[in-house]
Design a protein around this ligand. Structure first.
Ligand code: NAD
Ligand code: TYD
Length: 347
């Protein structure tokens, strides 16, 4: 298979590229990435060196039809990860979110429609998010199913929901072979340290304050990125066109509880004093419109494609803390320059 991955230099995309090349020896991967602050070619340095015949990087924009059209035309499968992905940034300025997440998705869909027509052997996967469903109350025992109405509540989730709906509209209207996944919060190696888990690990290591938004009782469902990559790979190849598949980790946790676990792991690994690290927790101003709880029912993916997550959360968090400890150069590289300016403005 010839696979076009968009956003392959980001957190999930880079793990996905590595997963595909390692688990499908016959496949070729082209990675289209604009290299925004979140895209780092160093995330795939080993892949560039290890698979010179099967991997190609293209520096470009998913919003640029001249770049996108020929790449889509020559691909059997497209896995569309490229996006602006951080809720806090979307609250600061939503412009880039609408551009990349909405217009970039439309650009890709249009290119696929033009080049593929209704060719059922091709497939385009739109990587959506559980955040398009909106928020649950803590006391609400229900979990999002695929037929739950979309109710995005941040500029980020609104832009992802627009892409999600466009993708399904292209299937409905033009018969384009589109599949959509809606996944819960990912964690693992190469995640940019603006997101909760890597931010807390790096701040704890450096003895910096640990900013917990509001009361810290916000609940997210955590999925290890390797499980997410296995699931998206399965849906890309075997999902039914036009269908949506939830992907979840069965690991709901309140933020404060999660931060406590990370502190304990960092203390155990480095010998830092756990109580002193706990003393670094600061309840800072809440995120505007903060969604209280996300919870995913991933039964459809299990029933139809036999997928269940393999990584236990405790083990996954331990491995993630170890990865950030072992990759301090990477951390220093990505937390310099543009990122540092943003970070200093936020806190
Ligand atoms: P990320 O921010 O780490 O990476 C995004 C990548 O997209 C970067 O490499 C960036 O350079 C690239 N990119 C941005 N704009 C581009 C453009 N205009 N053209 C080409 N490339 C561009 O994001 P991530 O956390 O890896 O998320 C990947 C996808 O998964 C996103 O679509 C996101 O909405 C979705 N998702 C993420 C999570 C999560 O927990 N991280 C959960 C569910 C869904
Ligand atoms: P985040 O990693 O930004 O993912 P998302 O907003 O897409 O779920 O945040 C996860 C949770 O952690 C969310 O409830 C917001 C909270 N949070 C903090 O409390 N402090 C922080 O510094 C960050 C980045 C997030």
């Amino acid at each position: 298979m010839r696979i076009l991955v968009t956003g392959g230099c980001g957190f999930i995309g880079s793990n996905f590229v590595r997963h595909v090349l390692a688990s499908h020896p016959g496949d070729q991967v082209v990675n289209l990435d604009l290299l925004t602050y979140a895209g780092n070619p160093a995330n795939l340095a080993d892949v560039e060196a290890g698979y010179p015949e099967r991997y190609r990087f293209v520096h470009g924009d998913v919003c640029d039809p001249a770049v996108v059209a020929p790449l889509v035309a020559e691909a059997d499968l497209v896995a569309h990860f490229a996006a602006e992905s951080h809720v806090d940034r979307s609250i600061e300025d939503a412009q880039a979110f609408v551009r990349t997440n909405v217009l970039g998705t439309q650009c890709l869909l249009h290119a696929a429609k033009q080049a593929w027509g209704g060719d059922a052997s091709r497939r385009l996967l739109y990587v959506s998010t559980d955040e398009v469903y909106g928020a649950l109350r803590l006391a609400d025992g229900r979990r999002f199913r695929e037929d739950w109405p979309l109710d995005p509540r941040s500029p980020y989730s609104a832009s992802k929901a627009a892409g999600d709906q466009l993708a399904r509209a292209y299937h409905h209207t033009f018969g384009l072979p589109v599949v959509v996944t809606r996944c819960s919060n990912n964690y693992g190696p190469y995640q940019f340290p603006e997101k909760l888990i890597p931010l807390m690990i790096l701040n704890a290591l450096a003895g910096r304050e640990l900013p917990v938004y509001g009361d810290g009782l916000y609940v997210r469902d955590w999925l290890h990125v390797q499980d997410h990559c296995r699931a998206t790979d399965l849906v890309l190849r075997q999902g039914r066109p036009g269908e949506v598949y939830n992907i979840g980790g069965n690991s709901e946790l309140a933020n404060l509880e999660l931060v406590g676990r990370l502190i304990a792991l960092v203390a155990a690994r480095t010998g830092q004093d756990e109580a002193a690290l706990r003393g670094l927790i600061r309840h800072v101003k809440d995120r505007p419109g903060h969604d209280r709880r996300y919870a995913i029912d991933a039964g459809k993916l299990e029933r139809e494609l036999g997928f269940t997550p393999q990584m236990d959360l405790a083990r996954g968090l331990e491995m993630t803390v170890d990865w950030y400890l072992d990759n301090q150069d990477w951390c220093r590289q990505v937390t310099s320059g543009q990122y540092r300016q943003y970070y200093q403005r936020m806190y």
